[in-house]
Design a protein around this ligand. Structure first.
Ligand code: PEP
Ligand code: MN
Length: 350
């Protein structure tokens, strides 16, 4: 159920409707739009009695949302969600493309800084790097943990780039939320519902990767888990799915971009690194992703990929990343987008 407020509804009227919904034992999710505020109602198993709601001051109408995902749906919020990063000009989901670049794993301070400096010089606004790694083998490098998070915080300080890194479980979630700007939830955790709920209780953007065999509906339902707890800043990430194709690690499903954009207001970025698993396929698929309307690219970059402790074969060289930025910058205006170069951070006020 969705309560659509009148365009001229006051904050007090919106608050009163939310309080009424909560008093009925449901959860109210006020989602301000450009024209009017809509209030999503969750927590109801069946129908909510709409009778009284329609009587409340400032209410325009009460409508049923038939889709299983509600808060993620365009029915509830028509305009695209734009995620902002306070104190900077970086956004995810607006006209500007968001580029997230960095190594698969943080391996050392030297490695992380070497890569960070080069991707920052090419204009990346976001730096990625895993401190907690979901590895297929328990004997493979598992990440530097807290030390890795601290290195990334130093990189933010030094370059201005905002930090995107993965939380593997509730323990790492708390630390990642404390140190990073965006919490990544990996493909293998896309349906870890308790982790999604916990991330939903935080007030930090969540970058949710599509599961290895997740359908579009399952993907949006996972976003819904996060949003149902009150965290509406979810970024979807297409990173390839398992198919019979054996020429690449995964099959990058770019056709999910328009499908998601039709159904949901959430931003969607594309990861051509995990999506293909091959360095030589990353640039072509990054170009295709921008052309298809993605809101950004998440890409693995390593200055010495042959020495990388994880995902070396799919990591591009910094010079290739520079080229990717040039190409994305040229394609962007054709599809009505813009590629910002570099991040501007407001000077700290004393
Ligand atoms: C990663 O981004 O390094 C990663 C492990 O991604 P995914 O969860 O998509 O495999
Ligand atoms: Mn990786």
């Amino acid at each position: 159920m969705l309560v659509v407020m009148k365009a001229q509804a006051t904050p007090e009227e919106i608050e009163a409707v939310c309080a009424y919904i909560e008093k009925l034992g449901f959860r109210a999710h006020p989602l301000p739009g450009a024209q009017r505020t809509a209030i999503g109602i969750t927590g109801n198993q069946g129908e909510v009695d709409r009778g009284n709601l329609e009587e409340l001051s400032g209410v325009a109408e009460v409508i049923r949302v038939s889709k299983a995902y509600k808060l993620a749906s365009r029915d509830v919020k028509e305009e695209d969600t734009i995620i902002k990063f306070p104190g900077t000009d970086a956004t995810i989901g607006g006209r500007d493309l968001a580029i997230v670049a960095g190594p698969c794993s943080i391996e050392s301070r030297e490695q992380a800084f070497a890569i960070a400096e080069q991707v920052a010089a090419s204009g990346a606004q976001f730096f990625r790097g895993g401190a907690y790694k979901p590895r297929t083998s328990p004997y493979a490098f598992q990440g530097m943990g807290l030390e890795g998070l601290k290195i990334m915080a130093e990189i933010r300080e030094h370059t201005g780039m905002r930090i995107v890194t993965e939380a593997l479980d509730s323990e790492s979630l708390e630390l990642v939320a404390e140190w990073a700007d965006v919490i990544q939830i990996g493909a293998r955790n896309m349906q870890n519902f308790s982790l999604l709920r916990q991330a939903g209780k935080l007030r930090k953007p969540v970058l949710l990767k599509r599961g290895l065999s997740a359908t579009l509906e399952e993907f949006l339902m996972s976003a819904e888990y996060v949003m149902s707890e009150g965290n509406y800043e979810v970024i979807l990430c297409e990173r390839g799915v398992r198919t019979f194709s054996d020429h690449a690690r995964n099959t990058l499903d770019l056709s999910i971009i328009p499908a998601i954009q039709r159904l949901s207001h959430l931003p969607i970025v594309v990861d051509p690194s995990h999506g293909t698993g091959r360095r030589d396929s990353v640039l072509p698929m990054a170009r295709a992703a921008v052309a298809a309307g993605a809101d950004g690219i998440l890409v693995e970059v390593h200055h010495q990929p042959e020495k990388a402790l994880s995902d070396g074969p799919q990591s591009i060289y910094p010079a290739q990343f520079a080229r990717m930025m040039d190409e994305a910058g040229q394609i962007a205006p054709i599809v009505g987008r813009h590629l910002p170069r570099g991040i501007h951070v407001a000077a700290a006020t004393a």
